[in-house]
Design a protein around this ligand. Sequence first.
Ligand code: GCV
Length: 666
Amino acid sequence: MGYTKAWLQYYPLDNKVRVPYIRNFIWNVSEETEVVTSARKEFLAGVASMLGAAPKEYAWKDREALNAASEDYVVFQLNQEDLQKESYRMMGRGNQLLMEAGDVTGLLYGVFALLRKVALGEDLSSLQETISPAFPLRMINHWDNLDGSIERGYAGRSFLYEKDEILVEGENEARLWDYARMLASVGINAVVINNVNVKQAATDLIAPKYAKPLKKLATILEAYGVVMYMSLNFAAPIELGGLDCADPLDETVIHWWKERMQQVYTDIPNLGGFLVKADSEGRPGPFTYGRNHADGANMLARAVEPWGGKIIWRCFVYNCQQDWRDYKTDRARSGWDNFAPLDGLFLDNVYLQIKNGPMDFQVREPVHPLFGSLTATNQMLEVQIAQEYTGQQRHVCYLIPQWKEVLSFPTYQKGGVDDTVADLACGIAGVGNLGRDENWTGHDLAAANLYGYGRLCFEPELSSEEIAREWSQLTFGTSPHVTSVVVDILMKSWPAYEQYTSPLGIGWMVNPSHHYGPNVEGYEWDRWGTYHRADWRGVGVDRSSAGTGYATLYHEPWASLYETKETCPEELLLFFHYVPYDFVLKSGKTLLQHIYDTHFEGADMAGSFVKMWSELESEIEPEAYTRTMSRLREAAEHAKEWRDRINTYFYRRCGVGDEKGRKIYP
Ligand code: GCV
């Protein structure tokens, strides 16, 4: 099946606009790596597509002639002395634009940045900028299974696997090249290719049988500066190696991993390393053997260390067999309780991957308290681009503002100076939202999350609006009307989704298992530690020091602010406190009235997205227009379902109606 070019459209530019520099170029790069080839190919194709003619190449010695004829041109070259790896600098001077890069990957990023600026119609003549990525590790985590399914995938089946085969041949190969281009165009430099829940065939990815296609996949990605990683099964010594245990301190186990890694790295020398989900949701891990997570991670880290490999170890560890009657155990605490005491014990090539919040990618959560608590451990932030709890790519929910809030959160580890999550993290991982659908992401507007994720990892200071604007213009063209409508919908979407779903940070009011749609008590009596504790008087979880003590895991002033209902940021009120329905919020409304109002307003907003989009009918390519319209309509209806279920639930709980007399089903 065909697929779109997503944001790499490179629409032909208006002939009347004269774009300086890019018609002529000098490729003053002697290195001949695959990445250099990709960079050059991208420049040639991008310019040809936008200008209708390929750029003309000149030799270094032609500069004087070009200058004498006042012809403008771009010079591409490396400058490893002044620039860091993966960085680039663009300087417009007279008739010359000098594009320099710290290494070949920086050159590739520079080319994509230049093409982006041209496509956006930016003024190149006064360009003076040096850009370095904010985080060295900028990853996508695929949750793709080898049978072709995707855990929490909302855009069709996997384009990486089918029937336990890796799809690196024929038409599938072409798609992988385009995928690598998309990633590089926004600066993503690493990909974990399989689900963290490593089961069945996926355990064998480290066995010789997959070496050949894996090597090919790694080579395709590498040509675009993307390093391949894999998720591994901690119990592989048993399931693959036939040993009787996977104890990380057992000599036979240690030896088995070393040998396996030697083989894997001999086959795929450019492999970045491994991602591990251990002792989590039924996956095996060091706890089985009475060992801790530092024992487990370090054992693997030693095995990959000779090849410069990294072990990325997830902190998503909690008791998923909880009893709802147990008010002491708090799932929100578990990541901190398991990992904070191990700070400083991990080897240098271990990276702890920490979800943005302490629960699980809800529409609103506080920032994970491990950020700011670890002082001597490599930390990575994990966000979910896949919209598991945020509408499953059937609702529009632009998540860049959420991630920006997390990245700019001051942990106060160093008294509020240089201690935001962005300051402390050395990498970001985003759970991918891609699949085999024609538009890659199911909902056309969900591609803004993937695009924005990459842009944010590179330049976190970009605003959410800027990113939305860029994405809209690159995807749909530069019509100011289209851009303004698309940006408006995107910017309103997360607040609207938050309004019509579960209120004030409490989360979890979804249908169990598939997590789509409202079910207020769906998780209330279950074993997953996900309770909202609503009764006839109020709702929320007491996580103050009088409750589970979770609020105390933060540095001041957060600990004190979270401690009381009066000082807690209201968007997180029910996460931290059990609150009576008649509690008066800063707006002067009661909690109950706030719930009613936000649900009516949010659902209305979802309805207005349909109207806003309909204005674009004649301006957007028909298939994309129709696909998007059908999802916006579905979401608008579904938002009403959310509104009515939530409002009715609370009405039935306390018997107090809406002050404004709107319809609440009895
Ligand atoms: C890959 C949540 C999801 C699971 C996911 C898990 C994780 O619980 O619902 O599908 O498993 O997070 O992040 O490991």
